[in-house]
Design a protein. Structure first.
Length: 277
């Protein structure tokens, strides 16, 4: 988004700091506008069908934890409830919870993806520290990280996506156990794609890499990096042993492993598709 005249002339302040743990009024307004321009028109057209009635029962039960006989019958009353979530005196995490629920559960994939893309564009332009990655909202530090993880979630088989999505969810717990288990899930995603490539469902990563290497000829540094990463998480000096009681694991450790494992998954799939049979 181009600078405004007032920003260029220094008459108004331009945002320069990444915004964490909050949503300012501009972001709330724009996220609401994204909802109004993507999901709401679709709902207004199809909202009285039985399929949507079940969606709202699930929403009232699973998200609001409210009696389903309190679901309004009129569209404008439902819209008012949604508006209060975005624009009322609401904590930022409640808005993010609601956005996540829509991204995970809305009935039309195209509409859902349009909403996700619109939200991510707004979060980027408004210098938010958060993005929707897969079907979860994460705190990330660079667009490259987001693209790497998102691409892995887009192109990978379901059994790989499951590990990556679980790694994201565990990281959001913000506990040492959560970070530890997130790291395990990230490396399990690499393991899973290697087992698929070798067609050996129980093979260890180090052995799988040797077989894949014969097929696509890894760069030695890449192969060494994969093996060292696996050793970090599996041998007696790794995550399952000496790090099991390490109180210093933090989100940076889990985030690094998620990003690097997503990159490895993307690389392996790309190499096999371009060079393998």
């Amino acid at each position: 988004m181009k600078e405004r005249f007032s920003e260029r002339k220094g008459l108004t302040k331009k945002k320069i700091e990444i915004i964490k743990n909050t949503l300012d009024l501009q972001m709330k307004n724009r996220l609401w506008n994204a909802f109004m321009q993507t999901i709401w028109p679709h709902f207004k057209t199809y909202g009285l069908t039985n399929m949507f009635k079940q969606f709202f029962r699930n929403l009232w039960d699973n998200f609001f934890k409210s009696p389903i006989d309190t679901i309004p019958e009129r569209h404008d009353h439902i819209l008012s409830i949604f508006r209060d979530i975005f624009l009322g005196d609401t904590e930022f995490y409640v808005i993010f919870d609601f956005i996540e629920y829509l991204v995970r559960n809305y009935l039309n994939n195209n509409i859902k993806n349009n909403f996700k893309d619109a939200c991510n564009q707004i979060l980027k332009e408004e210098l938010s520290a958060y993005r929707i990655v897969g079907d979860s909202i994460m705190e990330l530090t660079s667009e490259q990280e987001i693209e790497t993880i998102d691409y892995a979630l887009e192109v990978s088989p379901d059994y790989v996506k499951k590990h990556l999505n679980t790694a994201i969810d565990l990281m959001k717990k913000k506990t040492v156990d959560g970070y530890r288990n997130s790291i395990k899930e990230s490396i399990s995603a690499v393991e899973a794609i290697c087992r698929k490539i070798t067609n050996k469902p129980k093979i260890e990563l180090s052995r799988a890499l040797k077989l894949i290497d014969k097929k696509i000829n890894f760069h030695p540094a890449f192969k060494s990096g994969l093996e060292k990463m696996y050793a970090y998480t599996s041998d007696e000096d790794g995550i399952r042993h000496s790090l099991m009681g390490n109180p210093n694991l933090n989100i940076d450790d889990a985030k690094f492993m998620l990003v690097i494992c997503s990159a490895f998954v993307n690389y392996l799939q790309g190499k096999v598709n371009s060079e393998g049979s």
